[in-house]
Design a binder for this molecule. Structure first.
Ligand code: FDA
Ligand code: NAP
Length: 436
């Protein structure tokens, strides 16, 4: 795509995952119903092409939300970018209905996202990492603008783009336990398929997966499928996998109205959300995956050929690496004392993610951003960071707002509505001369 050199954008989106793709759709649909000047938007994505957690696109892994929680439907059920429109365009709508499943595979959802993204190639530039955002008062008539520094990840050069607003949508950050380093034999789940693909399956005779969340369970199952000759060990910090609660009452925590309840609630309200409903998403696994793993383990027990092992109440204390050798030191919480060593050919840390934190990207601009008593960004209901009066440009966050907007912040459930709210905010504030 060609971002124009001297163009001043109303909004520059950093990252082009589902959140900013959904925003691009919301802006386009706003435009279609408006006689106002178009909102000029540009998006920058560091990947070479669109990709949604590609290294976890495991066969048969399913979505954890209904197909109706797509990029647009909850905001605009008539959108041409809905999952249903995609099915229709792919000539699969009838068979999808016959399949009677609310939860498509992640691979099918990825195809849907790519299909939607293909409508926005003129607004997104790939191989483009945003490295810095700064403020300048040099717009025409002294208008304050943001300068977004974009690094070309292929050519290495940088350029600067000007905008009145940015939306930071850079996604979750892979988390390794303290002191553990990744390399060609020690992987985080976010790089799983790429690193697994570099190995020869016959060289993987002993593999282990750390963690008891959805990623860990899916990878354990995958390795057990793909490596029929291998010993596969699951290192669980818990006594066993716990189920993800997606029953109807609990699922309401992901409703658009729950954002208001969370945002306008008291500290006690917010605390109750986490205390009672963390198990809808964190460190939990879908029921069918849990049952499948247990069934396999039991079948092996019956056959007397055990190669799927569950080491419960166990944590990794140390990883010793030398050439192709990897020795894992395990600490058992069963007695709090015993240690065990295990040699593996590959070790996968499915130890989750940290939430998005825009601080580093904002750099010097962060001094305009207000923070709460715990040092977290203060954020308005429309996802705009609360800034001091000196900054009239807007910084919007899609992600990293768990403390203000609740459990959906890093998820897909609410992106259609959230991006609509951000689009409305940009349009309304522009109409008001961007005064805050
Ligand atoms: P996402 O991480 O998808 O996109 C951010 C983009 O920003 C990336 O493409 C990245 O390359 C880019 N980027 C980062 N820094 C940049 C920079 N400085 N410059 C330019 N680009 C930059 N949720 C749910 O509700 N249902 C589900 O089924 C799932 N399934 C799921 C599976 C797996 C394996 C994971 C790890 C997570 C999920 N999730 C989920 C949660 C997940 O956060 C969610 O699906 C989306 O990825 C959120 O979309 P975003 O666009 O916010 O982030
Ligand atoms: P997660 O739910 O945060 O689980 C991380 C696991 O690692 C937890 O069991 C955690 O235990 C454990 N862990 C963390 N640090 C550890 C340590 N030092 N030693 C041992 N264990 C440690 O992460 P995830 O499974 O990657 O899931 C992240 C998000 O992606 C979730 O929203 C999930 O639903 C989503 N996801 C979706 C799909 C899909 O759509 N099919 C697939 C994969 C993931 P503690 O509980 O003790 O911290």
């Amino acid at each position: 795509m060609g971002t124009r050199e001297h163009e001043i954008y109303d909004i520059v989106g950093i990252g082009f995952g589902p959140s900013n793709l959904s925003l691009a759709i919301a802006l386009e649909e706003h435009q279609a119903n408006s006689s106002q000047q178009p909102v000029r938007a540009a998006f920058f994505e560091r990947q070479p092409s669109f990709g949604w957690h590609r290294n976890m696109l495991l066969p048969q892994a399913t979505m954890q939300i209904s197909f109706l929680k797509d990029l647009a439907t909850f905001r605009n059920p008539l959108s041409r970018y809905s999952f249903v429109s995609y099915l229709h365009a792919s000539d699969r709508l009838v068979q999808f209905v016959n399949n009677q499943d609310f939860f498509p595979t992640r691979q099918e959802f990825h195809q849907y996202l790519e299909w939607a993204e293909s409508g926005f190639r003129d607004r997104v530039t790939y191989n483009s990492e945003v490295t810095e955002i700064r403020v300048s008062d040099e717009g025409s008539g002294g208008e304050q603008l943001l300068e977004i520094v974009v690094r070309d990840t292929v050519g290495g050069g940088t350029r600067v783009v000007q905008a009145r607003n940015v939306t930071v949508s850079t996604g979750l950050v892979p988390r390794m336990p303290d002191g553990m380093l990744r390399d060609e034999r020690v992987w985080h789940s976010s790089e799983f398929l790429a690193k697994y693909g570099r190995m020869r399956p016959e060289d993987l005779k002993n593999v282990a997966v750390v963690g008891a969340g959805q990623s860990a369970a899916e990878i354990t199952k995958y390795l057990h499928d793909k490596l029929p000759h291998a010993q596969v060990s699951a290192i669980l910090p818990s006594y066993g996998y716990s189920v993800a609660d997606d029953t109807p009452f609990a699922n309401q925590v992901f409703d658009p109205t729950a954002v208001d309840h969370y945002y306008f609630g008291t500290e006690n309200t917010r605390d109750a959300f986490w205390r009672y409903h963390k198990n809808t998403n964190y460190s939990v696994v879908d029921d069918d995956v849990i049952r499948e793993l247990f069934r396999r383990s039991y079948e092996e027990e019956v056959a007397g050929e055990k190669r799927l092992h569950f080491l419960n109440l166990t944590r990794v204390k140390e990883v010793k690496r030398s050439g192709n050798d990897t020795r894992v030191v395990l600490h058992s919480l069963l007695d709090g004392e015993s240690e065990q060593e295990m040699d593996v050919d590959a070790l996968v840390f499915a130890t989750g993610y940290s939430t998005m934190d825009a601080t580093r990207l904002l750099g010097d601009l962060d001094r305009f951003c207000e923070r709460d008593e715990e040092g977290r960004h203060r954020v308005e209901r429309d996802y705009r960071v609360v800034t001091s009066g000196e900054l009239s440009c807007g910084i919007y966050l899609q992600g990293g707002t768990e403390h203000t907007h609740g459990l959906t912040s890093s998820l897909l459930s609410n992106i259609a509505v959230r991006s609509g709210e951000i689009a409305d905010s940009i349009v309304e504030r522009r109409g008001a001369g961007q005064r805050v």
